[in-house]
Design a protein around this ligand. Structure first.
Ligand SMILES: Cc1cc2nc3c(=O)[nH]c(=O)nc-3n(C[C@H](O)[C@H](O)[C@H](O)COP(=O)(O)OP(=O)(O)OC[C@H]3O[C@@H](n4cnc5c(N)ncnc54)[C@H](O)[C@@H]3O)c2cc1C
Length: 407
């Protein structure tokens, strides 16, 4: 086999990382699950936020403690390139680790060992600028600072190149005006990477620039926290920029290149979704099999009924399909081959797998599946957003159709 042949085995390096993660979770995260039980179980979501729907201090403190441990253990930045001080995992390795990490009971703090909203390839351009490296990039890599990413606006989500936010030059400063919507973790973030048009017309990908704005900038005002169906994504909020002044040094990369930066961020995230979906759906499937074997109605296990077998078979087959689809897309990405339509296909199918698997799991567990004492209703709510963000189902289909239609 040549180096570039796709292997169906999990690479040894990934097996090693996965076992190190398991050990880390046992030694470092489990004790914190015991110390902070209030954010787990039936009341977990209720305890995470205060009356204004802001994450409470204890929850933020817990998250920081896990981040610090993850930085020390070398997990936190392992998906970033070695050139910028990361662990240098390939796209395939990174996604395999994601699948493994999420193939467990969701009622735990395992997903806090990463902060993929902050530590993401979109911050790489910051490394190449000495000031931005010291002030923003390195603190993010050390989990001392957290960022948020502002692209979507109330009037423009799927079509960000039509954004209304603008930035105009005034002396050696840029003045940003506009409103962003659904911005995850923006209430707690130390800074935002915000996108605004600096030239060009509606629909032009060029002419959108990216700026770093600190939380204490008087021109950046937190708007209303938007309450949502799931909470695992962190709170989303409106963010208003009113004559928000930033020095030239806080423009990321070149003027007018911001949309390309944004697409780098969205691109990497798209493969995390199917990898997570496979991990968590496999876990739900195994719980469903156990339940179908144990639960009896009319004197027989429900798993002996074809209707229930049908639900289980659909889960099992789709998990396998998405597993190989996302791995193929990641492998293509690593080979430097065209991967975009496969990535869109994996994201589309992964998001739907997560939603359908959670729905089947609720159905198989009957009334118990609908209750908060089991994790399926929470997974159903958390999974639903994956069909909307990082490019909705319809936007993925648009990308895939463009692969074969010359219209
Ligand atoms: C929980 C959550 C967290 C988020 N976090 C962030 C964040 O941190 N930062 C950020 O910038 N954004 C974030 N978003 C925003 C997210 O990226 C947008 O919601 C998404 O891009 C869709 O945009 P929209 O909501 O404006 O829907 P719209 O673009 O208005 O779309 C509405 C519907 O029309 C469909 N549609 C749109 N265009 C087409 C088309 N050409 N063909 C066919 N159908 C079409 C869409 O698929 C959708 O079904 C978040 C959203 C959520 C829900």
């Amino acid at each position: 086999m040549s180096d570039s042949a796709m292997s169906f085995e999990t690479p040894e390096q990934v097996q090693l990382i996965n076992s190190q993660i398991d050990e880390f979770l046992k030694q470092e995260v489990k004790p914190l699950e015991e110390e902070y039980p209030q954010f787990l179980g039936e009341d977990g979501e209720r305890n995470m936020v205060d009356d204004d729907h802001h994450l409470v201090d204890e929850y933020l403190e817990l998250r920081e403690r896990i981040h610090e441990k993850s930085v020390e253990a070398g997990f936190y930045t392992m998906a970033m390139p070695e050139r910028v001080g990361g662990g240098g995992l390939s796209a395939l390795e990174d996604t395999l680790v994601m699948e493994h990490l999420h193939n467990r009971d969701p009622n735990g703090y395992h997903d806090m060992i990463f902060d993929r909203l902050s530590v993401d390839h979109s911050i790489i351009p910051l490394y190449d600028d000495e000031y931005q490296r010291e002030e923003y990039f390195e603190p993010v890599m050390n989990a001392e600072k957290h960022m948020t990413f502002g692209l979507t606006e109330p009037e423009h989500g799927s079509d960000p190149t039509w954004m209304d936010s603008t930035a105009e030059k005034d002396g050696d400063e840029w003045v940003i005006n506009g409103t962003k919507a659904f911005i995850s973790n923006s209430v707690e973030a130390d800074f935002i990477m915000v996108h605004a048009r600096t030239s060009g017309e509606d629909g032009d990908a060029d002419g959108i620039s990216t700026f770093l704005v600190d939380k204490d900038n008087p021109g950046w005002e937190d708007g209303k926290v938007q309450r949502s169906m799931g909470t695992k994504q962190g709170a989303q909020a409106f963010n208003h920029f009113n004559d928000c002044r930033v020095p030239e040094a806080q423009m990321v990369g070149d003027e007018g290149e911001g949309f390309r930066t944004a697409m780098t961020w969205v691109g990497a995230g798209r493969l995390h979704i199917p990898a997570k979906a496979v991990g968590i759906s496999q876990w739900m499937f195994e719980k469903c099999v156990e339940y179908a074997e144990d639960r009896k109605t009319f004197g027989e296990p429900i798993g002996s009924r074809q209707h229930i077998q049908d639900l289980l078979v659909e889960m099992r087959v789709t998990i396998e399909q998405v597993r190989w689809l996302y791995r193929h897309a990641a492998w293509k990405m690593d080979q430097g081959e065209e991967y975009r339509w496969l990535q869109s296909a994996a994201k589309l199918q992964g998001a739907n797998l997560w939603c359908d698997a959670a729905d089947n799991a609720i159905q198989i567990h009957g009334g118990a599946g609908y209750m908060k004492s089991l994790p399926f209703e929470g997974l159903y709510r958390d999974g639903r957003v994956t069909r909307i963000y990082e490019g909705s189902d319809e936007i993925q289909k648009r990308t895939i159709a463009r692969q074969f239609l010359n219209l």
